[in-house]
Unconditional design. Structure first.
Ligand SMILES: O=C[C@H](O)COP(=O)(O)O
Length: 320
């Protein structure tokens, strides 16, 4: 991650149940705001290409499939380092940008195949802690984090234990998150809330707060494996929690919508949410990522249309 030297990493501030008791989510208002974002053109047409390039720079280019192979991961890494076809880079006149995605995101076992291709030029995010359900022993999950960091991951995407949220056991969630944060050491930790499993937006808000209070560097919506993954209403709740946490503590926590974000249009909506709710500072890769496996293909297609006026079939674009 390119982080400015004075960036102050979030630290555990202690579990304050008083903050949680104040949380109230107006679901109807969140839904209305989400609908207004979906219905309006989020970015003026003349700026769309620039915004799509920005979107590419914050993608955690992901492959998290049971049939992942070393070859697939190596292709993914090469794509992450050169996410746009050379002719499009030239036509857009953005050779000097040296555009890359924000990171690649893989299973622990695949880190070893990403390392030689990326050679430290891009962060490797690993999903550790028994992704996606997280239902292994704590000892196993902490060991997995340590092994992922030792193998070369500089970002760890952990999954929380959903039952702690569903039973209101905030102390257990705090303790778990704190232990993960400690096991990560210098590696940054993204807390996956699996919001599709959490039933209410109030639970999403409370889980966001507890994970931030326990030192999460990012809060992330989903594993991509829940029935419902990233949505705009959930994002509004989470980014507002990030804003309030910043107002209370001075710590800037990052946000990562993930799962089902596959169109350029939806990426622009998430960028708009970040810009309007948190401001331009939160549009940089150290504070914003989009976890996605197929989004880049659609963005490349839209940029080709911008350059040539035509769409080519999606299969013509290199799939990671
Ligand atoms: O963390 C990222 C997600 O697992 C990717 O989900 P996706 O395949 O729906 O883009």
């Amino acid at each position: 991650m390119s982080i400015s030297p004075d960036f102050k990493r979030n630290e555990a501030v202690g579990l304050d149940l008083g903050w949680l008791n104040h949380i109230h989510v107006n679901k109807a208002a969140a839904d209305r705001r989400a609908a207004s974002l979906a219905n309006r053109r989020s970015v003026k047409k003349e700026y769309q290409a620039a915004w799509l390039l920005k979107a590419i720079s914050v993608i955690d280019l992901t492959t998290l499939a049971g049939d992942d192979t070393p070859g697939r991961v190596e292709r993914l890494c090469r794509k992450a380092m050169r996410p746009l076809r050379a002719d499009l880079v030239e036509a857009l006149g953005v050779q000097d940008l040296n555009l890359t995605t924000g990171a690649v995101c893989v299973y622990h076992e695949m880190i070893q195949h990403a390392v030689p291709v990326l050679q430290g030029r891009l962060p490797i995010a690993a999903v550790s802690t028994a992704f996606p359900a997280g239902l292994s022993s704590m000892e196993t999950k902490l060991r997995e984090i340590e092994l992922s960091v030792a193998a070369g991951a500089s970002e760890i995407d952990i999954v929380i234990t959903r039952q702690h949220v569903l039973t209101g056991n905030w102390q257990a969630l705090y303790d778990e998150m704190l232990a993960y944060r400690k096991a990560c050491g210098e590696a940054h930790v993204k807390a996956i809330l699996a919001t599709g499993d959490l039933v209410t937006l109030e639970n999403v808000a409370k889980a966001s707060w507890v994970c931030m209070m326990a030192g999460a560097d990012f809060i992330k919506t989903s594993t991509g494996k829940e029935g419902v993954n990233a949505t705009i209403p959930v994002s509004l709740v989470m980014v507002r929690a990030i804003r309030e946490y910043y107002e209370q503590t001075g710590f800037m926590v990052g946000y990562k919508p993930a799962g089902g974000v596959s169109t350029a249009k939806s990426a622009l909506q998430y960028l708009t949410v970040m810009k309007e709710e948190l401001g331009n500072e939160w549009l940089e890769p150290h504070l914003f990522r989009i976890g996605a496996s197929s989004l880049l293909t659609d963005i490349e297609r839209q940029l080709e249309h911008y350059v040539t006026g035509n769409y080519s079939a999606a299969h013509r674009h290199a799939q990671p």
